[in-house]
Design a protein. Structure first.
Length: 223
């Protein structure tokens, strides 16, 4: 499989994330997916993608078998197929999604950020998952790689191998001890507030994507 572009990585990562964090809205409409790609929280770097950008990436990902289009009424919905294409389980999908969305990260960072995608018992469980993904029998199917530990860093970071150009650029940035520290209570509260705001944005996107008749129907799908 060819390397994915940064936009394709963002689209695929957003679909993986939203499958777990907002299952009531998944598969996603194009409008909801654009909002997910462009959200300010849990994205590194933050992007400003247009509908045309996302639609083009979806077309390419569908050709690669990584995305499936579902026709639901007048609105097309999109879902990822990473489980089938890469033969992954939930913990591996969670790690892959985070690496696609936020670039190189340590096992400790991945564990702190994976809480809404998959609850790892400890950092060792994350490391074991990463090692499975890095040691697949077929070298061409290897999905992640461990980077050399940066001077002053407590842990080495991991990158995904689906889009090498973006990750190579990110991996060159120095990583200090603060990046490797687990999220503290304040950061967890900030993350939770960002999650609430993003959930509200997702709900608005779903409402805006509905037809006028649907917009006046009882909001049975919004809980």
């Amino acid at each position: 499989m060819r390397s994915l572009t940064p936009i394709e990585c963002r689209v695929l990562g957003s679909l993986i994330e939203k499958e777990s964090t907002t299952p009531e809205y998944y598969p996603l409409s194009l409008n909801a997916l654009v909002n997910a790609c462009n959200q300010k929280s849990s994205r590194e770097p933050v992007m400003e993608l247009s509908e045309a950008d996302v639609r083009s990436a979806l077309f390419e990902l569908e050709n690669l078998g990584l995305v499936r289009v579902l026709a639901e009424g007048r609105v097309s919905k999109f879902e990822h197929r990473a489980y089938d294409v890469f033969g992954l389980r939930r913990p591996e999908i969670a790690v892959l999604g985070l690496l696609l969305l936020r670039g190189p990260q340590t096992a400790a960072e991945l564990r702190a950020r994976a809480e809404r995608l998959y609850a790892f018992d400890d950092t060792g469980a994350v490391t074991a998952t990463l090692e499975r993904m890095a040691q697949r029998p077929d070298a061409e199917s290897t999905l992640v790689r461990q980077l050399p530990r940066q001077p002053g860093a407590r842990e080495s970071r991991w990158i995904h191998l689906l889009g090498a150009d973006l990750d190579t650029r990110s991996s060159a940035e120095p990583s200090g001890p603060a990046e490797d520290a687990p999220a503290n209570d304040l950061q967890r509260r900030i993350d939770e507030m960002e999650r609430i705001v993003q959930d509200l944005n997702d709900r608005i996107a779903i409402l805006e994507s509905r037809s006028p008749q649907e917009q006046h129907a009882p909001p049975s799908d919004l809980k």
